[in-house]
Design a protein around this ligand. Structure first.
Ligand code: CMP
Length: 147
């Protein structure tokens, strides 16, 4: 049974050909990439996506950054997609990624706690919400009845 997760490749990574090529290869080799699209978020869509962080000190910074350039979205399938993608990303905080998991994507390509390369869903519930948010036509019902 294939679990689903959402990967968001953040604006600074989309602009970095070395990182982007590396990540695309990793995704192709480790996951079934079910859907892909490139979007330019406006601030209100970015704020809505990150609504659970609305009271955090970094919320404005995060929303401004996420609407500063194109992002790439990938719906990933794997029997352990959520954990595997987050493991490959490494710790959210870049200093931690660089010290504790230097070959993780954030360890290698992270620039700051905001510009931390990419996003990954953190649970089944958030994966479903996030995939529906960006791919409203995607049918979980059909997916789970055929996979
Ligand atoms: P992401 O996985 O997209 O989910 C929430 C984002 O908030 C996170 O990655 C970071 O980009 C950002 N974030 C989390 N903690 C901090 C922080 N301490 N300072 C700035 N940005 C942060």
């Amino acid at each position: 049974k294939l679990q689903l997760s959402l990967a968001i490749i953040k604006p600074h990574t989309v602009k970095n050909p070395v990182a982007l090529t590396y990540i695309r290869n990793v995704l192709k080799n480790k996951f079934v990439v079910i859907k892909t699209k490139r979007l330019f978020l406006d601030k209100s869509t970015a704020a809505n996506f990150y609504i659970e962080h609305k009271d955090k000190f970094f919320f404005n910074r995060l929303v401004t950054f996420m609407s500063s350039g194109y992002i790439d979205l990938h719906v990933l399938g794997h029997k352990n997609a959520i954990h595997l993608w987050r493991k490959m990303l490494g710790p959210t905080k870049v200093y931690k990624a660089q010290f504790e998991d230097p070959y993780s994507l954030r360890g290698m390509f992270g620039l700051s706690d905001t510009r931390n390369v990419a996003h990954g869903s953190d649970s089944l519930t958030s994966a479903e919400r996030e995939i529906k948010f960006f791919f409203p036509e995607f049918s979980f019902y059909e997916w789970h009845s055929s996979n």
